[in-house]
Design a protein around this ligand. Structure first.
Ligand code: G3H
Ligand code: 13P
Ligand code: ZN
Length: 307
């Protein structure tokens, strides 16, 4: 069944677990995520970026996600990830999304507030949830100063003001994670105290972007079959659990499923060079995504929460 991010995240916050938001671009990825969620009795968020919408076509991908979500026994949200283009955001609000993100994090504070409040004003009458973002998603090296950290991480006082003035349902915060496969040069560090402080001060539900673990096993497998992913490093599972304990209730995953898909499609192509049936190539990729999603659901504690 279809649900909004607000519903899924509020239940997660109460139950002290997190809902996974998984980026998808096509049918196989959608089947893998919704299938794994249903199998484990877990809610899930299907995240579409502006690039994914462009790639798959708005009407086609929205119809597919809504249809598949409606058929499942578990609640599934259709969410716009990192919306920046107001025309696309409005199209999503009016065209079947249950949640949108307005990413104004690159804008000055007042402009971020203005643009985010505008999205809330358009989304609220339609019952669509809104996620805003404050702070910069960037890896922090060990030796950066406290002042530099403060310039990048989400400031709790500003977060409180941002949420009060925009009315967002959810807030993406910057606490040391970043997008992609190269998150940390040295040890992984997340600003856990900041998560707790923001959680205690804001009404909005908190989101962790850039949360992939970048499992070495899948990186090695992809590299064994011709990929060149060197020096990749993700967020350790223990850090994800701690972030959830401190108030994160939506965790965004894209890179981990990209790497798994890449590794297993490469493997299939390499081990069966005579094979031209796309189902024999994409099928193992789809299975690999489902396997990652199952692991994440267990890690985030959302297994069985939708039964
Ligand atoms: O945070 C962004 C997601 O990983 C989606 O990436 O814009 O390449 O689709 P994308
Ligand atoms: P990863 O690159 O760590 O998977 O993060 C994905 C994300 O934050 C999507 O919004
Ligand atoms: Zn993100």
């Amino acid at each position: 069944m279809l649900a909004t991010n607000k519903e899924l995240m509020a239940a997660a916050r109460k139950g002290k677990y997190a809902v996974g938001a998984f980026n998808i671009n096509n049918m196989e990825w959608l089947q893998a995520v919704t299938g794994a969620a249903e199998e484990l009795g877990s809610p899930a968020i299907i995240a579409l970026s502006e690039g994914a919408i462009k790639y798959a076509g708005f009407r086609d991908i929205v119809s597919m996600v809504r249809l598949m979500a409606e058929e499942k026994k578990v609640p599934i949200s259709l969410h716009l990830d990192h919306g920046k283009d107001m025309d696309i955001i409005v199209k999503c609000i009016e065209g079947g999304f249950t949640s949108v993100m307005i990413d104004g994090s690159a804008l000055p504070f007042e402009e971020n507030i203005a643009v985010t409040a505008k999205v809330v004003e358009k989304a609220r009458p339609k019952g669509v949830s809104v996620e805003g973002e404050l702070g910069k998603l960037a890896g922090i090296e060990d030796n950066v100063s406290v002042a530099e950290r403060d310039a990048i991480f989400t400031n709790p006082t500003q977060a409180e003001e941002f949420v009060n003035r925009t009315g967002v349902d959810a807030l993406a915060i910057a606490v040391g994670t970043s997008h992609g496969a190269y998150k940390f040069k040295g040890e992984a560090h997340l600003a856990f105290d900041r998560i707790s402080e923001i959680a205690s001060r804001v009404k909005a539900l908190l989101v962790l972007h850039g949360a992939s673990g970048v499992k070495q096993e899948n990186v090695d497998l992809a590299n064994r079959f011709g990929a060149s992913i060197k020096g990749a490093k993700g967020v350790p599972d223990t850090a994800i659990v701690e972030a959830i304990r401190r108030g994160i209730c939506k965790v965004n995953i894209d890179t981990d499923i990209r790497i798994a898909f890449n590794a297993y499609v490469r493997k299939a192509l390499s081990e069966k060079p005579e094979e031209i049936d796309p189902r024999k190539v994409l099928g193992p990729g789809r299975d690999a995504i489902a396997s990652v999603v199952r692991e994440k659901i267990k890690l985030f504690g959302s297994e069985g929460k939708a039964r």
